[in-house]
Write a protein that binds this ligand. Structure first.
Ligand code: TPP
Length: 616
């Protein structure tokens, strides 16, 4: 006997739409159980998915997908959507190499209307779709589904601004659980909480309306008064001022109410804003009680919940977290900034110990950087902790606000390189290329945990815009030496002497370069700096060797290896060079070991490439 009798009858939304409304409650229950079972086997995002089960069912029930377009923001809450759109039987391959992606992906399904992973894109993308379809005389419906965390980004408001102005037929659903990954922050978040608090006002209003409906003139007067009062105590009007028809807040776990509301909203024209209230982790007590811990999970036993394994060594993220706490013991003139990634960036302990120095600015990478630049102008050191791919959002701010003014903002760049199961949206493949071309920047890449710790100090003491980029997870397990050792800017070192081949290795690739070198007796340099590059060292090894190999966990195009080539050309050194790194293409999701292997960045791949290039 199957545990999911109803769910198993639904392969596609058309089967869902054939159900009676009264069956949707049972479907929600089965779908939720199925989600827990599946995610416990694969790992992935759990709490946000549990919170959007009813919403997903109601949307596919009411809208005529895939002709009507659902645009999920971030996409970490799209598992129920995947299950209901032909992918239920592939859920055990979720986030595995070759399997289902953890986010919507256009080439995975016609129901995935827009590729995501980074937040706050849904409103702009949905508006673009609406405009394009109107131009083609297609009258389909377009719905953007965005969380309250993602709503803190400027991009989301740029979309609202444009949609409200154009007056297009678009529905924005705000799925408000009052959580980002951590507790949501900011004035918008406070504003949304006020709306939720005013639910009381709404229900009072409905009762009053009923009573007054028999006296039309009274009703008109009350309506005028109400508009005034609404502005004061019912803050949902902000969205109305922007040109949206604000509806809500409604209970996002009440499937009947959702279905009823959506069926009405679907037929309204102009920009609609539906505010629903949900609970992150809904229906799984452990996740409800710990939505932060269950935002993203590894595999677990559903009865026991996620168990914390004992790590043998610190991850790079933890090295950064420890360093932050360490500097706070002796330094005062700094602040630490995160765009909504307190947990992911290893800042939980620091935030608890030094709340006055900790700034979670919301999902607002652009603001985080310009804010940091402002801080730096006043002689306080800003430390921006940011993932490599999320820094892409703040590129102009980096150039225009930080580098151009040569402000000493420090960047601790996490997830630089192959990030794994999250896939191409989260793989930090480009930072060396996009940072290296910016004047005034200093860029370091540590080869192990202790070097990372010392580089963070070096960046902190430096008076220029400086980045330390380090990968996800742990390195070789090097013990941290708490004695501060400032590294000379622009100096690399030879870590192994060999003959013929010299490998110029950057960051995480130093270790594998040593393994390669042991087999082919090559020289290895730990270059440490991508900018300024150690030209003296390059000159020296070029003199002493026949072949040069560069290796980095970044795309080859414009990366550290390209910097070495440029330096050699400037020094008029002409000799055979092999540049190794990530290939010119987007890597898929999967186990980092597999991704390294298919990128030929594992030991055997590197040896092969060297032999093929120089010894054939
Ligand atoms: C540009 C960007 N910055 C940061 C993140 C990391 N991130 C993923 S989900 C998330 C929280 C989103 O909160 P919300 O939209 O409220 O959804 P919920 O998880 O609460 O359902 C964050 C910060 C991201 N995906 N994209």
């Amino acid at each position: 006997m199957t545990k999911f009798p109803l769910l198993e009858q639904i392969n596609y939304p058309k089967e869902l739409r054939a159900l009676d409304k009264s069956q949707l409650y049972t479907l929600s229950r089965e779908l939720r159980e199925y989600l827990i079972e599946q995610v416990s086997k694969t790992g992935g995002h759990l709490a946000s998915n549990l919170g959007s089960v009813e919403l997903t069912i109601a949307l596919h029930y009411i809208y005529n997908t895939p002709e009507d377009l659902l645009v999920w923001d971030v996409g970490h809450q799209s598992y129920a959507h995947k299950i209901l759109t032909g992918r239920r039987n592939k859920m055990d391959s979720l986030r595995q190499y070759g399997g289902l992606a953890g986010f919507p992906k256009r080439d995975e399904s016609e129901y995935d209307t827009f590729g995501v992973g980074h937040s706050s894109t849904s409103i702009s993308a949905a508006l673009g779709m609406t405009i394009a379809n109107r131009q083609k005389n297609i009258n389909n419906k377009v719905v953007a589904i965005i969380g309250d965390g993602s709503m803190t980004a400027g991009l989301a408001f740029e979309g609202l601004n444009n949609a409200g102005w154009l007056g297009s037929d678009i529905l924005v659903i705000l799925n408000d659980n009052e959580m980002s990954i951590s507790e949501n922050v900011g004035a918008i978040s406070r504003y949304l909480s006020r709306i939720l608090a005013s639910r009381f006002y709404n229900s009072v209003k409905q009762t009053a309306n009923k009573a007054l409906s028999l006296v039309p003139s009274m009703q008109k007067m009350v309506h005028l008064m109400e508009e005034h009062v609404k502005g004061m105590i019912m803050p949902g009007t902000m969205f109305e001022e922007l040109g949206f028809n604000y509806i809500g807040p409604i209970d996002g776990h009440d499937i009947e109410e959702l279905v009823e509301t959506l069926s009405k909203v679907r037929d309204l024209s102009g920009p609609q804003f539906l505010h629903i209230v949900t609970k992150k982790g809904q229906g799984y007590k452990l996740a409800e009680n710990n939505p932060i811990g269950y935002h993203g999970v590894t595999t677990f036993n559903p009865d026991e919940g996620v168990q914390k394994g004992k790590a043998s060594s610190l991850t790079y993220t933890q090295v950064f977290g420890k360093w932050l706490c360490d500097i706070a013991k002796i330094e005062n003139d700094f602040i630490a900034i995160t765009p909504a990634m307190r947990e992911g960036s290893g800042m939980v302990e620091f935030a608890q110990l030094y709340p006055n120095k900790f700034f979670d600015v919301g999902i607002a990478e652009q603001h985080a950087i310009t804010f940091a630049a402002g801080v730096a102008t006043q002689g306080i050191k800003p430390i921006v902790a940011i993932y490599s791919t999320f820094l892409q959002r703040g590129y102009d701010q980096l150039i225009h606000d930080v580098a151009l003014q040569d402000l000493p903002v420090m960047f601790a760049i996490d997830r630089a390189g192959i990030a794994g199961a999250d896939g191409p949206t989260h793989i930090g493949a480009f930072d060396l290329s996009y940072l290296r071309c910016i004047p005034n920047m200093q860029i370091m890449a540590p080869s192990d945990e202790n070097e990372c710790y010392q580089m963070l100090w070096t960046a902190y003491r430096s008076n220029k815009p400086t980045a330390v980029r380090y990968p996800r997870g742990s390195g070789i397990g090097a013990a941290i030496n708490e004695n501060i050792q400032i590294i000379e800017i622009g100096k690399g070192e030879i870590v192994r002497e060999g003959v013929e081949v010299a490998i110029l290795a950057f960051g995480s690739m130093v270790e594998v370069a040593k393994l390669v070198a042991n087999e082919i007796n090559a020289t290895v340099c730990n270059m440490r700096f991508v900018k300024p590059l150690d030209q003296e060292l390059i000159k020296q090894v070029c003199k002493q060797h026949k072949y040069i190999v560069t290796i980095e966990e970044n795309v080859i195009e414009g990366g550290a290896g390209a910097a070495c080539l440029e330096a050699m050309q400037t020094m008029q050194i002409n000799m055979p060079v092999l540049n190794l790194g990530l290939k010119d293409g987007f890597l898929e999701h999967g186990d980092p070991k597999i991704l390294l292997k298919i990128s030929s960045l594992d030991k055997d791949g590197i040896i092969n490439d060297i032999k093929n290039k120089f010894y054939k």
